[in-house]
Design a protein around this ligand. Sequence first.
Ligand SMILES: Nc1ncnc2c1ncn2[C@@H]1O[C@H](COP(=O)(O)OP(=O)(O)OP(=O)(O)O)[C@@H](O)[C@H]1O
Length: 256
Amino acid sequence: MPGSRTLNPDSHTPLQPAVEIRDLAFRWTESGPPVLRLDHLRIERGERVFVAGPSGSGKTTLLNLLAGVAVPQQGSLRVLGRSLETVSGARRDHFRADHIGCIFQMFNLIPYLSVLENVQLPCHFSRVRRARVRRRSGTPTAEALRLLRQLGMAADGCPDRPVSTLSVGQQQRVAAARALMGAPELLIADEPTSSLDADRRAAFIQLLFQECADSGSTLVFVSHDTALAPLFDRTLRLAALNRATPDHETAVQSGS
Ligand SMILES: Nc1ncnc2c1ncn2[C@@H]1O[C@H](COP(=O)(O)OP(=O)(O)OP(=O)(O)O)[C@@H](O)[C@H]1O
């Protein structure tokens, strides 16, 4: 039960929710229309949330806001208890490096680095994640290999290959392993299974769930594949704001 995992075992003080949004409006350009409006959204620690909605409804935009890549022009946005709309870009970058694992649609892998080097990158940017990796597996290399093994990417010299030589589906798994390094409290994933076959997709989701359960991480997962939705604790459904239909609301719907 996600809502029950709200005590910090170290301090015995209640943890803030993973995400709390109020009266948020976001537009990409000053004169452009709002692309996302959310009156209230609360995601508890440890929850696994599936984000659905038609193309252009703002799913990726929402992940950009949660990652602190973009900031809302209106409303409040608290992630892991931190008000992201009030802090500088540099602080948001630091916060993201320490606490958020991102699997973006474009992967953002560094082409001239090997698979193993790419997966270890979060440890270069964050002392917090480095410390967690040390506690879990001893070294960044050992933890990266553990994750790559789980994703079927540790055999046949794969860890030493430059990522530019990998298929899109393989790159997707490398991006996932990198996001999971150092057990970030919040994991956000944008269409992370779009290039995987059915078997790999099932294994991938199981791994994400297992890793999140082991570390109490919260998962926000965007996908057009609504067959996956019942696997999650609930579904957040976004509706396109600028469609010429009466349905202009951004709806939050609870799944089973
Ligand atoms: N960097 C950007 N600059 C300007 N407009 C943008 C930018 N990124 C997205 N948009 C616009 O914001 C709206 C929401 O886009 P977004 O990518 O969040 O939708 P989405 O629901 O993730 O779509 P898809 O399912 O196709 O990935 C769209 O109208 C899009 O054109």
